[in-house]
Design a protein around this ligand. Structure first.
Ligand SMILES: *Cc1c(COP(=O)(O)O)cnc(C)c1O
Length: 364
């Protein structure tokens, strides 16, 4: 198999030094290993701009979805009601979870290429005082739209609602002031912008809120409160932890800090994304999301013409060292290009050269 770089929304391309951490088998009971877990938890708080007086971090085995579900099953009691704001597949997945768990909820959906509208959400909050929690995806990876965090944060504050943000594909790659935004539960995972490998998710939670959740969970393995209780004592995970992944993630955080922290990484991703969109626009490949709503993480592009075949394009680009992502829209033919991970402007320039050559070949 030829090696390739991933231009996908995660798992993504990681450094060799991150991968090398996985060559040693660590013991889950060992103090050195438990210290790695504690160090990760504290570094994540620093990255969120939060203190351990106000916030705590809980790591949860599984992919990012498991961490989202652990928040829903733990944070929302039988007396609560959740407003879920959606404009993509990941928001819809939260609705699906609410169904499975049997939560009281209300879904509000906006078109995939639009922001949810403040006036409409305000109307719902006015009309339905039973709502206690609001959940929204920050960067909807389905399309690459970057939802208005500030707007939703102000509404949650104004109406005194707990705020749950799926920042899976944005945390670490976009600056955000978690305490300032008043986010009560922020969810992300190891294999997105922190540039680790897949195997666990994490929740940055407001301590006072989490402490009130004892006994709420309808799932044993996804009980975020119990997970926190065990982990907070001494860094021991409740059940088997993905030891190799944890060690790799710890190294990934060090590398994020060495790069200059989130501001530096955000600037690199932003530049990758700008170059990508500018160069593809020049050859007639247009994004689905308008510039003002576009995230610096992943972009959805419309097929440039009717004869375009994604399978053929994918194979051509893969052969030359990069892997792209199919689209996820039903009404438009699209494909996606992620620009996060160990990806630099040089990669994006290379990729655009490859795509230009492909398009040139198509028109001959
Ligand atoms: C990646 C991602 C998830 C989690 O997906 P998994 O496949 O479970 O890791 C959730 N929400 C968003 C917005 C994502 O980008």
């Amino acid at each position: 198999m030829n090696n390739y770089k991933l231009l996908t929304p995660g798992p993504l391309t990681t450094t060799n030094t991150v991968k090398e951490q996985m060559l040693f088998d660590r013991c889950t009971w060992d103090q050195d290993y438990k210290n790695i877990t504690q160090q990760i938890r504290s570094s994540l708080l620093d990255l969120a701009g939060a203190t351990n007086q106000e916030y705590t971090t809980v790591l949860m085995q599984g992919s990012g979805t498991f961490a989202v579900e652990s928040v829903l099953t733990t944070a929302i009691s039988a007396d609560d009601k959740l407003l879920i704001i959606t404009n993509g597949a990941y928001g819809e997945r939260i609705v699906q979870m609410a169904e499975y768990i049997g939560l009281h909820y209300r879904a509000h959906s906006a078109p995939y290429n639009e922001f949810p509208q403040e006036a409409e959400i305000r109307g719902i909050l006015e009309e339905d005082p039973a709502i206690t929690h609001i959940a929204m995806v920050h960067c909807e990876t389905t399309t690459g739209i970057l939802n208005p965090l500030e707007m939703i944060s102000q509404l949650a504050k104004a109406y005194d609602k707990a705020l749950i943000i799926d920042a899976m594909s944005s945390f670490g790659g976009i600056e955000m002031d978690v305490p300032g935004l008043g986010i009560d539960y922020l969810i992300s995972s190891a294999n997105k912008c922190i540039q680790g490998v897949p195997g666990f998710g994490f929740v940055i939670a407001k301590l006072e809120k989490l402490l009130a959740c004892k006994g709420n969970a309808r799932s044993l393995s996804l009980d975020l409160y119990d997970q926190w209780k065990a982990m907070d004592a001494d860094g021991k995970w409740r059940y088997t932890s993905p030891t190799h992944v944890v060690a790799a993630f710890s190294r990934a955080i060090e590398e994020l800090i060495e790069e200059g922290g989130i501001p530096a990484r955000a600037a690199r991703y932003q530049n990758n994304n700008r170059v990508l969109r500018e160069r593809l626009a020049r050859i007639g490949i247009e994004p689905y999301i308008t510039d003002d709503k576009q995230s610096p993480i992943i972009t959805t592009f419309l097929f440039p013409n009717e004869t375009f075949s994604f399978e053929d394009f994918y194979e051509y680009v893969k052969e030359k060292g990069y892997v792209l992502y199919p689209g996820k829209l039903t009404e438009h033919d699209t494909f996606r290009i992620g620009n996060i991970g160990e990806i630099y402007e040089e990669d994006i320039q290379n990729l655009c050269n490859i795509i230009e050559a492909y398009m040139g070949g198509m028109t001959q």
